[in-house]
Design a protein around this ligand. Structure first.
Ligand code: SF4
Ligand code: SF4
Length: 231
């Protein structure tokens, strides 16, 4: 899932400074699961902001709502009327939701209430950990399921750098070296020989360095008028 953290209240108040009526809009998907952007958090944030506004004597009134997904036209299609009367929307979806909402509602100020951090898994109660960086060319088949792009500080894909020390990363010493973990995993699986296999240079153009990436399923293509933005 996409993992995100809420911005600091003072930063949010700065973002909202030009506005008087604000809707905090939650998203019922990833950010609900990681307990930062769901309906409950939207209500809590609206309450916090109203309290802060009262304490600081600011002319700010905040309400809240939550929809199933802010990154899906199907779920934002009916929002247009609901946004009337607000000067701004503080989205507590991930950056995808904020970006998509901004595109679909170009005349409305859509502001980010979260900092989107990584693609991660829930590894313990209240804890999420990064597992993937969305690189576009997955190598997990030959790294024992451990991602060297996301989990090595230098995103090395040809083995450890010279700085690994007792299985720890030289950049972040409390962190296991990703390539040490990969070596151990392949050793356990009896597949260490795979590390000697020659692999052609990686195609980094599938990563984000060349701008926006897209996925298209031609069989699901929509008529052009259904692609139009809401105003
Ligand atoms: S190799 Fe790429 S796609 Fe695979 S887990 Fe790592 S970042 Fe994600
Ligand atoms: S010590 Fe390991 S995890 Fe850290 S940068 Fe070097 S190879 Fe990557």
């Amino acid at each position: 899932m996409i993992v995100a953290e809420r911005k600091d209240i003072d930063e949010i108040l700065q973002l909202l400074a030009p506005y008087k009526r604000v809707l905090v809009l939650g998203c019922g998907s990833c950010v609900t699961v990681c307990l930062t952007g769901g309906e409950k958090q939207a209500e809590e944030l609206a309450t916090l902001l109203n309290l802060a506004a009262k304490q600081k004597n600011l002319p700010l009134k905040v309400e809240f709502d939550c929809i199933t997904r802010q990154c899906d036209r199907e779920f934002i299609a009916n929002l247009k009327g609901d946004l009337a009367g607000y000067d701004a929307v503080l989205s507590i979806a991930c950056g995808v939701g904020v970006g998509f909402m901004s595109e679909q509602f170009p005349k409305v100020a859509i502001l980010p209430g979260l900092n989107t951090t990584f693609y991660g898994a829930n590894t313990a109660p209240g804890e999420w950990k990064e597992y993937c960086h969305g690189c576009g060319e997955c190598v997990l088949a030959w790294t024992g399921g451990i991602c060297p792009i996301a989990r090595c500080s230098k995103s090395l894909i040809n083995g450890t750098c010279g700085g690994t020390n007792d299985g720890k990363c030289e950049v972040k010493q409390e962190m296991d070296c990703a390539w040490y973990l990969i070596y151990k995993r392949l050793q356990e699986l009896g597949r260490l020989n795979e590390l000697s296999t020659f692999r052609p240079a990686r195609n980094w153009s599938k990563d984000r360095s060349r701008g926006v990436r897209r996925l298209s399923h031609a069989e699901l293509a929509q008529e052009p008028e259904q692609e139009e933005a809401h105003s």
